[in-house]
Design a protein around this ligand. Structure first.
Ligand SMILES: NC(=O)C[C@H](N)C(=O)O
Length: 210
């Protein structure tokens, strides 16, 4: 069984890690529309965040997953309400993961972050800059993939499971020693090249004109 990410309750796949370090994925959840659920109370009318995350339901119900995973909730908020301390808490978890793997340079560190779409680029950029600013020395290769959804995972026509699947897969393909990428709309985009098209809501890669 996998060890705990770094304190706190974490959810892990309920059987033995099948395939070793490179197929182990750590998922951090911060809320966003992907995690919004129908109201539980009879008088409720607005969406609320439930106990389970979308990532948990998606990964748990996938029939033949070739990875093991651990999920930890950082916060449950619409991303317009995410505060600096939520970003710092996420950063701390990620830095702890990198630190824990310092002596396992041969293995790949795979991290998925589920997040609301409205400020996903800001959080991903914040994490990238914080990691870059640290003098790490040698680290294992790692990929941090951010994803979310435009409709709650509870909706039948949600993009949640497609996006989570893309993000999980993206973490298996490092193209740099380390990278922070946005996985939305079927694309994997390095965060520093990612913008959101206001009219369509699509996440797009900045085209650099030569
Ligand atoms: N689709 C979304 O996730 C939008 C939502 N307002 C958020 O950023 O949390």
């Amino acid at each position: 069984m996998l060890s705990s990410i770094s304190g706190g309750a974490a959810i892990s796949r309920p059987y033995e890690d099948p395939v070793g370090d490179d197929c182990r994925v750590y998922v951090f959840t911060l809320g966003g529309t992907i995690d919004k659920d129908y109201p539980k109370l009879t008088s409720g009318y607005a969406f609320e965040f439930g106990d389970e995350s979308a990532a948990q339901r998606i990964l748990e119900t996938h029939p033949n997953l070739g990875i093991s995973y651990k999920i930890k909730s950082i916060c449950k908020k619409d991303s317009l309400e995410i505060a600096p301390n939520d970003r710092d808490n996420l950063c701390l978890e990620i830095e702890n993961m990198i630190e824990m793997r310092r002596y396992h340079l041969e293995s790949l560190l795979r991290i998925v972050v589920t997040h609301g779409t409205d400020t996903m680029i800001e959080t991903a950029m914040y994490i990238k800059n914080k990691i870059k600013a640290k003098n790490w020395g040698l680290t294992p290769h790692f990929v941090i993939a951010f994803t979310g959804a435009t409709k709650p995972e509870r909706f039948v026509d949600s993009d949640a499971s497609f996006n989570v699947g893309c993000a999980v897969a993206a973490t298996s393909c490092p193209c740099e020693p380390w990278s922070v990428v946005i996985c939305m709309n079927g694309n994997v985009i390095p965060v520093e090249q990612c913008v959101r098209d206001e009219a369509s809501g699509l996440f797009m890669k900045v085209v650099v004109k030569k």
